[in-house]
Design a protein around this ligand. Sequence first.
Ligand code: URA
Length: 210
Amino acid sequence: MSQHLTIVNHPLVQHKLSLMREIETPTAVFRQLLRELTQLLAYEITREMPMTTKPIETPMEMMEAPTLAGRKLALVSILRAGNGMLDGVLELIPLARVGFVGLYRDEETLQPVQYYFKVPDRLDERLVIAVDPMLATGNSSVAAIDLLKGAGATNIRFLCLLAAPEGVARMKQAHPDVQIVTAALDRGLNDKGYIMPGLGDAGDRMFGTK
Ligand code: URA
């Protein structure tokens, strides 16, 4: 894919996203919508996966049938909100390998610090899709991509629900090779780093915490 940012304007994506934004949407419905929306976004982000063919027999005759080529893709959740996007992608691509990156923000330096990192082997041979619903400041996303590249990944895409212009710019400056796919590009961040109009704290809304 060539574009740095892809906004998926499909009517179903936009409708489901509006339902997710609404403050009255209950946790269970939010989670279900997140799963559905992630599937639609995953369809888009995998559009240019490499293909090959293999000979198969239909009830009528032999044919050269198109199939996916290469190693199984690696899906990497940026904890904790990324976990809410795993099921949707895995329903579409059940054979994907799954990794996790955990980062917290050091309150003194304000820099992201790694507390967990477990990813599939041979990242250099896989398409790596990092998932996190909110691309806000971009600090943790950029740090997560730094770690994935450090582990060998060279073909990385970033899947989110909502992006802020600040986060997109930060990712573009740090990782211009990483394509971002999102359902919407919102107005910007508030002074606490939340996306406006956004949908609030994605982790709290999907897990029912406060
Ligand atoms: N993380 C969230 O969950 N929501 C935001 O608006 C920004 C970051």
